[in-house]
Design a protein around this ligand. Structure first.
Ligand code: NAP
Ligand code: ZN
Length: 326
């Protein structure tokens, strides 16, 4: 039911995030089955409650990783709903009344207006959908940790859904961007299609050595356990590494290079609603969208198998409306 503060969306597209795959596989140990994943949701408004002031029927909108929070804590008051201790996620989570949330691999969703985003006119609903998780997850730490100074050198570790958007956002901030990847075959696309300035293969010791101490910032989007030492070595003194990837086991922390180079390691989890809207507007202004492979829902299992093998260019998006009409 659409409550007084709620908006109902007809879902048109939904991106496929690696977090969906982690959840399906119970990688993190807190999957509550049955799960309907999907938190990069775009569509149009079909219904609004009587208190809804932000949206009208027919508006192009999106829903990302969260659909609720307490609205009164310090985090919520500072537009950091994403760090609210009572955050309600879009799927694999429960509402205060005990009902369960199901995500965007679906044809409709009902969401409190506070957690609904407006799509700028020139932002397409298909290639724009992944910005709702992948986009904000890399934009928010770049802003918070001060990684946006034009001319500085950003490394992007892992060229998948998050990584390829990080390259584009980094370029829009005027940074020099180097991709650090385990997939040598992504090099020419990274440079010619995504706009990266250079490309390092993480398991090529010679190339990695040549880049030691050259980066100001690194954003680490790798989804699996991996060594941090090679990445920390790429940083200059005072460099910052922000990890947003969520491997299923802890990473080892190499303390010596951290201490000796006054380096910083931080983390970041999506972004608040205000900042997510700011990111969508920023991407629309700079013509940033995801590079997508549009699939029908029948193809989701193959897509998940490919995602597990880092074989996606660079985000699968489900064409929900067309899947259901077939
Ligand atoms: P993705 O599209 O699968 O990209 C991850 C990339 O990591 C792969 O394309 C691959 O890039 C690299 N990689 C994968 N396995 C690797 C391995 N064993 N060794 C080295 N590199 C490897 O995933 P995504 O959707 O971008 O998500 C990335 C991670 O971020 C996931 O863990 C996800 O759960 C997490 N996440 C976090 C947040 C947050 O708020 N913090 C939000 C969304 C997602 P190369 O082929 O270039 O090596
Ligand atoms: Zn996600």
């Amino acid at each position: 039911e659409n409550g007084d503060d709620d908006v109902t969306l007809k879902i048109l597209y939904c991106g496929v995030c690696h977090s969906d795959l982690h959840t399906l596989r119970n990688d993190w140990g807190f999957s509550f089955y049955p799960v309907v994943p999907g938190h990069e949701i775009s569509g149009v408004v079909t219904k609004v409650g009587k208190n809804v002031t932000k949206f009208n029927i027919g508006d192009r909108v999106g829903v990302g990783v969260l659909v609720g929070s307490c609205k009164t804590c310090e985090c919520c008051e500072q537009d950091l709903e994403n760090y609210c201790p009572r955050i309600i996620f879009t799927y694999n989570s429960y509402n205060p009344d005990g009902t369960k949330n199901y995500g965007g691999y679906s044809d409709m969703i009902v969401v409190d207006q506070r957690y609904v985003l407006r799509f700028p006119d020139n932002l397409p609903l298909d290639a724009g959908a992944p910005l709702l998780c992948a986009g904000i997850t890399v934009y928010s730490p770049m802003k918070y940790y001060g990684m946006t100074e034009a001319g500085k050198h950003l490394g992007v570790a892992g060229l998948g859904g998050l990584g390829h958007v990080a390259v584009k956002i980094g370029k829009a901030f005027g940074l020099k961007v180097t991709v650090i990847s385990s997939s040598p075959q992504k090099e020419s696309e990274a440079i010619n299609r995504l706009g990266a300035d250079s490309f390092l293969v993480s398991n090529d010791p010679e190339k990695m050595k040549s880049a030691i101490g050259t980066m100001d910032y690194i954003i680490d989007t790798v989804s699996a356990v991996h060594p941090l030492l090679p990445l920390l070595s790429l940083l200059k003194v005072n460099g910052k590494l922000v990890t947003v990837g969520l491997p299923n086991k802890p990473l080892e922390l190499p303390v010596f290079p951290l201490v000796m180079g006054r380096k910083l390691i931080g983390g970041s989890d999506v972004g608040g609603m205000k900042e997510t809207q700011e990111m969508l507007d920023f991407c629309a202004k700079h013509n940033i969208t995801a590079d997508i492979e549009l699939i029908r829902i029948e193809e989701i299992n193959t897509a998940m198998e490919r995602l597990a093998k880092s074989d996606v260019r660079y985000r699968f998006v489900i064409d929900v409306a067309n899947s259901l009409s077939q």
